[in-house]
Design a protein around this ligand. Sequence first.
Ligand code: SF4
Length: 445
Amino acid sequence: MGGDVRKILRINLTSKQVRKEHLDAEFAGRYLSGRGLAGKILTDEVPAHVDAFSPENKLLLATGLLTGTTIPTSGRFMAVTKSPVNGGLVFSNFGGTWGSQLKFAGYDLVILEGKAEYPVYIVIRNDSVEIKNAAHVWGKDVFAATEALKQEIRDPMVKTLTIGPAGENLSLMAVITNDLNHVAGRSGVGAVMGSKNLKAIMVRGTGKVETADPVALKRILTDALQKFKGIKWSKDDACFQCPFPCGHRSKGKRGEALDSEQSLAPELGSNLGIYDGQALQDVSALCNRLGLDQAAVSSVIATGIELVRRGYIKPEELDGIPLEFGNSQGILEWIEKIAYSEGLGVKMGLGSKHLAASYDALDISETPKKRKRAKTPVSEDLRDLTVVIDSVGLCLFTSGTFSLSDYTELVNAVIGSKYANEELLACGAQIRNNERLYNLSVGQN
Ligand code: SF4
């Protein structure tokens, strides 16, 4: 058996107890791994009535069946929890290299439960798992805290998940940041980590992910890689095993280099009227530094600008900071106020909908969901396949390259299973049903 290593790391932050649990193969086979398996564990273990910020909520970090293998884009993994935004089950997809390192350390997934008495960080190095005091980096931004902790444990190669001030202050727009530029956002996963007093999780593994049938895998990849022909493989801050990194590195006016994702320009630029590329990079870099979701920040600031324009937000609420379209300096200051929960930033930190609702002007709310409402019909099979791709730990950007049969063959070659195409899709359907049932139980449709 390969692919998954069949081990769960369960860390209770209240009691500081660390348990390594065996993962049942039959159970895992029905929910694959990643989004599917973590979702099932969460729905079994966290009752619908639990408050997302209570110690009873859990945060799961789950690799996919194929994470850490030689398959292109096999670096994806998931943060799964009960969302503080709507109480439903939320799964947020990560790139970077943390997930593959967790596999190399010998674990399929980490379950974080309880709440630490004071700020802590966790260091996982193969069998060794330590919970350490993080009081000295609590309040530091993502970049500074990550650097300080790497130096402290004297391991520059360790991979780190970190939250910034936004997560510490329970902003519903807080993200968890991996390798400084890859984030899991939407639905407040960073705030759940902050609610557990957990600043960072560092991992380094020296093992490898076994493949049940390496000959078959080589054959499938040789065929599939024909489709990647002509692509120059780059290692610059790409996700693990990715032949076509989708970010690009650039510098803002403040000189801060970052990898930006393709969605950056429409999300931040046109929404906030910032058309100067360097100013745009500064806004984007500040969101990453403070641990904020760029799309959510873009929405809430756009909503704030409109509330000011229509007279709902009064000048005395602005602390002298301009909140207006195209004013990038003012927008930078508002991002700081959101992350540190200051003044109007407290309300803004709850997101666009809550901000608009607090002025009884819900129609003004500008959420990412609203903007993406124009949808083309998607077949049930495609929805199920998307869930499968999420659950096996590959990037959705490869879905135009691999067919359903490719995915089935890859899974079978790596873990030694005998899934037929329909059976793999049935796993996707089962995972979706589990998510929907839970969300219905908390009143989300
Ligand atoms: S395409 Fe982009 S998001 Fe997907 S694995 Fe590659 S770098 Fe990561």
